[in-house]
Design a protein around this ligand. Structure first.
Ligand code: FAD
Length: 393
């Protein structure tokens, strides 16, 4: 005999647990199933173990999707303030780190404990280490065959996330279910991911591995101003992760290092004040030493500032502040924080996350073609879309 419930949720991640809480609060009997040993594993490792659980500025413009309007309804109905209220109800202390990013003071595990406590309060059941072998839909009910037996449910919520970090159990399962039920997919790509460089450029930049510098990184008209990190594989740091979600193979990106300093003016001033100084010494006042050394070596401008023309100094400044690079690729799903693309939103109702063509079927969280910027936006989407489906499922 099959177990029965009103709402079966596949995936005990951020979105799935949030959905379970809301559906349970409405008096629905809820089962959440996950193949992992523990719920919310990505929450646990997020934000360096402190979970950047939301962003106070979160709004539709912070998300990438083939339909930029899709996320509006869910985001407006469950806001960062709503999640902060939940966090405060559980006496989890938090702080704003930068740019509206909110983190736990203590540990990301506090957020998992909070979600589990809320699930328990509404009697939502959690079944871990349970895999799904088949899903069928018959007579208005879903039958899900699992390693723990068959479960029948009125509503099925797919919250199994994207493909990023397969080592942590990420699968393309949601996309499989979407296809099975005739929903369209938007091609998936790794997002918020370090970019790699071709071997020649990598060798040239190898002395810079480990150097971090404030930067404005642009792709076309999109730009982000945050730290940039040179690595042994290429480029990383928040500004690069942000632009990686917009970048496409073959495209160049532009780097403006130390974007708020007028380097040309700084070099000219240094020349006037102390012409016997080298360009490297003058640049080291502003840039990390290794970067200053690299730029000057590449330019060939050794010797005293007094012997260099203003034009040469302006050219040197431009090498730092107008740098065009063509990344060779990205580090892929292995290190990507999110998956771009996914279940096409044209097949979903934006208020409820329900599949328009299959009554009772819902898709929420990262598996949907809505991807946030770095900085707490992806969890806010998980909470908001989970809440939206929990309201209707
Ligand atoms: P997930 O959290 O991935 O949950 C999916 C669940 O489904 C998992 O528990 C998984 O085990 C389960 N599952 C998968 N396949 C199956 C299957 N076939 N059968 C059964 N169960 C299955 N975002 C932020 O906003 N702030 C951050 O600080 C942040 N830090 C991050 C750090 C890292 C290293 C990574 C990788 C991501 C980070 N993110 C962050 C992104 C964020 O973790 C995701 O956007 C979010 O977890 C998506 O929630 P979700 O519930 O849709 O999917």
């Amino acid at each position: 005999m099959a177990d029965k419930c009103d709402v079966l949720i596949l995936g005990a991640g951020a979105a799935g647990m949030m959905c379970a809480i809301r559906a349970g609060q409405r008096g629905r009997s809820v089962v959440v199933l996950d193949h992992a040993k523990a719920p919310g594993e990505k929450i646990r490792i997020s934000g360096g173990g402190r979970c950047n659980f939301t962003n106070i500025h979160a709004g539709p413009r912070n998300y990438l999707s083939a339909n930029p309007h899709f996320a509006k309804s869910a985001l407006a109905r469950y806001t960062p303030r709503d999640f902060i209220a939940l966090v405060e109800k559980h006496r989890i202390s938090w702080h704003e780190k930068t740019l509206g990013q909110l983190f736990c003071d203590d540990s990301a595990k506090d957020v998992i404990r909070m979600l589990l406590a809320e699930m328990q309060a509404v009697n939502a059941k959690l079944r871990l280490e349970t895999s799904v072998s088949a899903v069928t839909h018959d007579g208005g009910r879903f039958r899900v065959s699992t390693s723990g037996g068959v479960i029948e449910a009125e509503s099925l919520v797919v919250a199994t996330g994207g493909k990023s970090i397969p080592k942590m159990g990420a699968t393309g399962f949601a996309y499989q279910i979407a296809e099975q039920f005739g929903l369209k997919l938007i091609e998936t790509r790794p997002g918020l991911v370090p970019l790699t460089l071709d071997p020649g450029l990598l060798e040239k930049l190898s002395p810079l591995a480990g150097v971090a510098v404030p930067a404005e990184v642009s792709h076309g008209k999109t730009s982000f101003e945050e730290a940039l990190l040179f690595t042994h594989r290429g480029l990383s740091g928040p500004s690069i992760l942000q632009i990686s979600s917009y970048w496409r193979e073959g495209d160049p990106i532009r780097l403006k290092l130390e974007p708020h300093r007028d380097l040309a003016a700084v070099l000219k001033q240094a020349k006037q004040k102390n012409g016997r100084q080298s360009a490297q010494t003058a640049l080291s006042e502003i840039l990390p030493k290794r970067l200053a050394q690299h730029v000057v070596e590449q330019s060939g401008l050794t010797g005293h500032l007094a012997d260099m023309s203003d034009k040469a100094l302006a050219k040197l400044a431009a090498e730092v502040q107008d740098w065009q690079i063509k990344p060779a690729g990205s580090e892929g799903y292995r290190t990507a924080e999110v998956t771009l693309g996914g279940v096409d939103t044209t097949g979903l109702d934006s208020r409820s996350m329900a599949a328009k063509s299959v009554p009772g079927l819902y898709f929420i969280g990262e598996c949907v073609d809505v991807t946030g910027w770095l900085g707490g936006y992806n969890f806010q989407w998980a909470w908001a879309s989970g809440q939206a489906a929990g309201e209707f499922a």
